[in-house]
Design a protein around this ligand. Structure first.
Ligand code: GLC
Length: 537
């Protein structure tokens, strides 16, 4: 059994994802920057319950980049894009965060570089280039067609023809994101050096972008068709019409995971988080056979679920808990920069509130997405306002811009995000849905997040206790967290109707989604629509 003192910071703590373009602009270009993050650190954690009280920030990429995929196309892994600041700003950010006991996790994009990265510029110079094999090049088939049938996540084929050298190169995102050849030891060594560069600078961990993609089938075989592909997919959605068998999640990837972990273990208390999807039994392998893999393969199961049903959520949690070996620490994500906003996905503010209680009371590390603590809903992005290549290529229904709109700080122009028109439009509700207004209102989403986070901070059982679900009622997801004889009961009513459950013992309310709830409960508990409660038994 874990007790609090035996947990690492990344087990007991809560991570908050910042999309740096959209958090706080300080230099008046309509784009957020690192100084903006520094300015807002007290909002995240000033050591008091007037702040959010998170333990770590994960910052999406701020590397020099042509921004074809908004920073996920990296032109230099060891610098900061001038639009975000410079290395000195970054050092100040780490220092200021650490002074507030906030850990700093940064993004690492190992699967592909920008086509402007000097490595690729050199590789495409000629077939004899010393760096040619750092990327994945193939001849056309004898009939002139593409090397295989793979598609890109954002539509179109995964291959682009390089006229000058007469070969195709592989890219599963935009053509300006050529994929590195991780079977080449020099690539591995060079990329490991980039990890060391930042670890030596004091970063506390990495979130590793599409880490399961770095090793592909050695023969690059065709992917089989996907019999479950939706019929209404756009014409160019080749990727979605195929099963992802040979382009990702190859068994050999775990050898690299072990090496990455060994590198992390040379340093004190750093965390390796990976962006991973796939079925549970494949996903769990990324922890390693004995815990020698990643610390946290991101668990997106609750984020990728749009059915708002207690039994569905419970099923996802129980199944994950069921496959985790004892050494593996769970984690949960409800929103990020690639998915629609959780308040939109789950159908409204009341549902978003209940979802927050679930995320912050389950066993495992929660990762919050900036703005979800205000209940931000999808931004209203017109086709001509789209920036995201996924939306531009596949249609406005696919744009990720809706979850990347500027943070809403106050009711002033541009929501206090910037002094000029921001790169993406501020949502129309900013005058009322913002930090200043919600921070002053006891019943706001922000006040509720703060209460939840500070409850969790003060509770060893929420941080480290065991988890056991209870079949109390069809409409409720209920579970007990337990540690050293202390027991907490969480009951979440997913229904838009009231619900009466037999708790069977007396308890004391620690928190409810409905702020008027206080005092004690007896054997029967009456929950209002979408009400969730945490009860000390
Ligand atoms: C990951 C990122 C996403 C990016 C893609 C390519 O899925 O989260 O934003 O577009 O990788 O790097």
């Amino acid at each position: 059994m874990n007790n609090r003192s035996s947990l690492s910071w990344w087990q007991s703590g809560v991570v908050y994802q910042i999309y740096p373009r959209s958090f706080q602009d300080t230099n008046g270009d309509g784009i957020g920057d690192l100084d903006g993050i520094i300015q807002r650190l007290d909002y995240l954690n000033d050591g008091t319950p007037n702040s959010l009280g998170i333990d770590a920030i994960w910052i999406s990429p701020f590397y020099p980049s042509p921004m074809k995929d908004f920073g996920y196309d990296v032109a230099d892994y060891c610098d900061v894009d001038p639009m975000f600041g410079d290395l000195a700003t970054f050092d100040r950010l780490v220092e200021a965060a650490h002074a507030r006991n906030i850990k700093v996790i940064i993004d690492w994009v190992p699967n592909h570089t920008s086509d402007q990265h000097p490595w690729f510029v050199e590789a495409r110079r000629s077939r004899d280039s010393a760096k040619r094999d750092w990327y994945i090049w193939r001849d056309a088939k004898p009939d002139g067609s593409l090397p295989n049938n793979w598609g890109g996540f954002f539509g179109g084929p995964a291959w682009t023809w390089d006229e000058a050298t007469g070969q195709y190169y592989l890219h599963q995102f935009v053509p300006e994101q050529p994929e590195l050849n991780w079977r080449n030891p020099d690539v591995k060594a060079a990329m490991f050096d980039t990890l060391r560069f930042w670890l030596d600078r004091g970063v506390d961990g990495f979130r590793m972008d599409v880490i399961g993609l770095i090793i592909k089938d050695e023969q690059l075989r065709d992917n089989p068709p996907n019999p479950n592909a939706p019929a209404d997919l756009p014409e160019n959605a080749i990727f979605h019409r195929l099963q992802q068998v040979y382009n990702m999640d190859q068994d050999e990837v775990h050898e690299v995971m072990r090496e990455i972990r060994q590198l992390f273990d040379e340093y004190e208390a750093r965390v390796a988080i990976g962006e991973l999807w796939g079925p549970l039994e494949r996903w769990v392998k990324y922890y390693g056979e004995q815990g020698e893999g990643l610390h946290l393969p991101f668990n997106f199961r609750l984020m990728d679920e749009s059915r708002w049903e207690a039994r569905v959520m419970q099923g996802l949690v129980d199944a994950m808990e069921g496959v985790l070996p004892p050494f593996a620490w769970p984690n949960y994500v409800l929103g990020n920069h690639d998915r629609i906003r959780l308040a939109t996905r789950f159908g409204g503010q009341a549902q978003a509130r209940l979802a927050a209680m679930m995320l912050l009371t389950l066993r495992g590390t929660p990762t919050l997405y900036y703005g979800d603590e205000l209940g931000l809903e999808n931004g209203d992005i017109k086709p001509e306002q789209m920036h995201d290549p996924q939306g531009i290529n596949l249609g406005v229904a696919f744009t990720r811009d809706v979850a990347r709109t500027p943070m809403q700080w106050d009711a002033s122009d541009h929501a206090g995000f910037s002094s000029v028109e921001p790169w993406l439009p501020v949502s129309a509700d900013y005058a009322t849905r913002n930090v200043a207004v919600q921070g002053a209102a006891a019943d706001s989403m922000l006040a509720f997040y703060r209460a939840l986070l500070w409850l969790r901070r003060g509770s060893a059982v929420l941080q480290g206790g065991s988890y056991r679900s209870l079949p109390l009622h069809e409409a409720c997801f209920a579970y007990v967290r337990e540690l050293d004889g202390e027991r907490l009961l969480v009951v979440l009513n997913f229904a838009a109707a009231p619900c009466r459950v037999a708790v069977g013992e007396n308890g004391r309310f620690l928190l409810s989604t409905h702020p008027d709830r206080a005092g004690t409960t007896d054997a029967w508990l009456d929950l209002r629509p979408f009400e969730g409660v945490v009860i000390a038994l």
